[in-house]
Design a binder for this molecule. Structure first.
Ligand SMILES: Nc1ncnc2c1ncn2[C@@H]1O[C@H](COP(=O)(O)OP(=O)(O)OP(=O)(O)O)[C@@H](O)[C@H]1O
Length: 717
């Protein structure tokens, strides 16, 4: 029997199901031990999938009601008052590890076996070809009593078999690696998505996308670029095979010749590899040209308005000059590299002719053997160069894996989000191939959810909606510092009650912490001390994807996705199949329908990148329609109308009043005239609520609010 430590709000839910052993005061730091009888808290995803084809039941921890006991098996699952305190105990696991790669590769055992057999087959064919060339010369000059037709038919079989086996080998290896890479790419994407928000404060978007593109691309190349004839395993088998054959054919010649060939080839290959940066620099110079052109044309109006054409031309000119000089340098290196490969072959051949020729003359070696040696000279030279390149690629791939792992080692998985997401996916069609990519049998359980039992103690999700529709939202003694600036306390002991179904306006000077409160309510961050409750329940006892469903945020610059208008509105309910009628209904309520139907393709019109093909007011009304469709009980309007002109503002304000009806609303506005009708106005100052009351009450107080109103020269009375 194991026990679990739970926060008190969670306890109140659980006590309906099992009697608690002890009672603790109402504070998050205090926990309650619970006994239980379950043995399997969370069957692995793979297990769920295999149990019932297509139909997957959610884990019973999520089925609410007295029939479903909470499933807690491990000691000490707890919601700490500080998330960080909780997280400090968890070592972030590597995103790409040898065990993950191994488990992914082992999914394709049959293909791997076929690849191994065909690799041996095609290498054997390649290696035996020079032998038969030697025999061919011996038959021609009559030193070998073998019918020419028999020899030629053997060679014919080899010539047919080698390309066929090569195709099977390359296709198999490529298929395996493409599949492995797809899963890996999906895993990394998922890992990025479920990081805490501060992770995205720390890294630039470009750095994160580079992990998925160039870094994973370099890992992909290690196989896809190294399965050709003269690379990778094939090159390795040819180098080993050639050396063995040389020693068997002519033990008296092989030590000198073999070592000489090997040394020359390795030196040439290493030198050629050292010129790779020159090739890369040329690629970068080309990318700079493209960046310069993109920036110029995308900011063409700014360029025009500042007469910046000359400056842009000079910038472009310098990029072109750099490209030109790297191109000339590259040409020189290319020709040098070309010649050096031939120099390596010539040195080997000359040594062979000198040493081998004298042995043939002395009758110690046959002409056929020397002819075979000529063939092996070529095989060895090219295979060695391929092998050196493969080692270079391997080094690059290892560096890329290290980069990916180091980015993740600096981040923390947002477990409350990850767990909710996992549960959502489990509830749905798990046979969906696209989602299947994101799961590796049993791997995520220990890597993504080291605190799985802590997470499985979260409250049943079905309550959060009813609690949010019926109860107040309270910020209780909230302290907060942004994780990237832990020394600066933005909120210190803030208390605020958002009464159910009413409008609270949050005002205050710039930098007072208003948007920070929004971020905490949205649970992008968690308070470092204190808590946020809904109907008296700590919000941390709900997983984040459920919480996201009860909070709608409309802010100053709503972000739309580069899909159609209709799809953007339907994003309000991304998990559901939203009917066109529902979308139109929401658009009408948001005053957006009329302008949408006047667009070229109506609801199917694409809105462009971040909604750039629409005006600010249109974007805002689509965002409101999206929020209306979402129908969340808690609504946050963060400067939702501040960027609009008077006509748009009226239209949007009208749409907002529809949206606010019956919801617990928090409005942030700099323009105090827009919030004077709010049920209560809270003035945020120095990380606390300094004044609270209606517009007239606060004016009568003649405090900070009154002076803010004064500065805005608003004569309300
Ligand atoms: N992601 C972040 N990381 C670190 N500090 C931040 C972050 N976001 C905001 N801050 C800091 O937190 C403080 C409060 O910012 P916040 O955006 O909450 O103020 P605000 O009252 O909404 O201001 P405004 O009215 O100008 O929007 C500011 O000093 C700001 O520099």
């Amino acid at each position: 029997m194991a026990s679990a430590t739970l926060p008190l709000p969670l306890r109140s839910h659980l006590t309906r199901l099992k009697p608690p052993i002890s009672h603790a005061p109402r504070a998050l730091a205090c926990h309650v031990k619970l006994s239980h009888s379950h043995s399997n808290p969370f069957p692995p995803f793979s297990l769920l999938r295999s149990r019932s084809k297509g139909v997957v039941r959610p884990p019973s921890a999520y089925v609410s009601g007295p029939a479903s006991d909470p499933i807690i098996t491990e000691p000490d699952p707890k919601v700490e008052s500080s998330n960080d305190a909780h997280d400090e105990t968890v070592e972030p696991p590597s995103a790409i590890s040898s065990s993950l790669l191994w488990s992914l590769l082992m999914r394709y055992k049959l293909r791997l076996a076929v690849s191994a057999v065909t690799l041996i087959g095609c290498s054997a064919c390649t290696l035996s070809m020079p032998l038969f060339s030697g025999r061919f010369f011996e038959v021609l000059i009559g030193t070998r009593p073998e019918p020419l037709w028999r020899l030629l038919s053997t060679v014919g079989v080899l010539y047919t078999l080698e390309p066929v086996l090569t195709i099977i080998y390359v296709v198999n290896m490529n298929t395996i690696w493409e599949k492995v890479m797809s899963t890996l790419r999906a895993q990394i994407f998922r890992r990025l998505l479920i990081q805490k928000v501060e992770f995205f404060d720390r890294y630039k978007v470009g750095e994160l996308t580079a992990l998925l593109t160039s870094d994973l691309g370099s890992l992909k190349d290690i196989v896809s670029e190294n399965i050709s004839r003269d690379r990778g395993f094939r090159a390795l088998s040819e180098v080993i095979g050639t050396i063995c054959i040389l020693f068997t054919l002519a033990p008296q010649l092989a030590p000198i010749l073999g070592i000489l060939m090997l040394t020359v080839s390795v030196l040439v290959a290493v030198y050629k590899r050292s010129t790779v940066p020159v090739f890369k620099a040329h690629g970068l110079a080309q990318a700079s040209i493209s960046d310069c052109a993109t920036e110029t044309f995308s900011a063409i109006r700014t360029v025009r308005s500042f007469s910046g054409e000359k400056r842009q031309m000079s910038m472009f000119g310098s990029q072109v000059m750099a490209f030109q000089s790297s191109g000339i340098k590259l040409g020189t290196f290319k020709s040098l590299n070309e010649s050096l490969t031939r120099v390596a072959v010539y040195i080997s051949l000359m040594s062979l002719y000198c040493l081998g020729g004298s042995k043939v003359k002395a009758g110690e070696l046959s002409v056929g053997t020397i002819a075979s040696f000529i063939g092996y000279t070529f095989t060895l030279t090219f295979a060695v160069q391929g092998l050196v390149n493969t080692f270079g690629d391997l080094r690059g791939s290892l560096a890329a894996v290290e980069r990916i792992n180091s980015v993740f080692s600096g981040g923390q998985i947002d477990e409350a989000l990850a767990y909710g997401l996992e549960r959502d996916i489990r509830r749905k069609e798990v046979d969906d191939e696209k989602l299947g990519l994101f799961f590796v049998n049993g791997f995520e359980e220990k890597n993504i959810f080291p605190n799985i039992h802590y997470m499985s103690a979260l409250r049943s999700a079905s309550n959060v909606h009813s609690l949010a529709w019926s109860g107040d939202v309270c910020l209780e003694d909230v302290h907060f510092s942004y994780p990237l600036r832990p020394d600066v306390e933005i909120l210190n002991g803030l208390n605020l009650r958002l009464k159910c179904g009413t409008v609270t306006a949050l005002v205050g000077s710039s930098g007072a912490g208003k948007s920070t409160i929004v971020q905490l309510l949205a649970r992008f961050y968690e308070p470092s001390r204190g808590c946020i409750t809904v109907s008296g329940e700590d919000v941390r006892t709900f997983d984040k994807s459920e919480w996201a469903r009860v909070v709608s945020i409309v802010n100053q610059e709503p972000v739309l996705f580069s899909v159609s208008v209709g799809e953007n509105i339907a994003y309000g309910l991304p998990d559901n199949n939203v009917s066109k009628d529902d979308v139109i209904k929401a658009a009408k309520a948001a005053n957006a329908h009329d302008f949408i139907i006047s667009l070229p393709q109506g609801y199917d019109t694409l809105v462009g990148e971040r909604g750039g093909l629409l005006s600010g007011g249109q974007r805002q009304r689509i965002a409101i329609a999206r929020a209306l469709l979402k129908n969340a009980p808690i609504l946050i309007l963060d400067e939702a109308t501040s960027a609009l002109d008077a006509i748009s503002e009226r239209l949007v304000q009208d749409a907002l009043s529809h949206l606010m009806k019956g919801r617990t609303t928090l409005v942030i506005a700099h323009k105090l005239s827009t919030v004077q009708n709010a049920d209560q106005i809270a003035l945020c100052s120095s990380g606390r609520i300094a004044e609270l009351g209606s517009h007239f009450e606060l004016l009568a107080k003649k405090g900070q609010y009154a002076s803010l109103v004064g500065t805005q020269r608003l004569a309300f009375e």
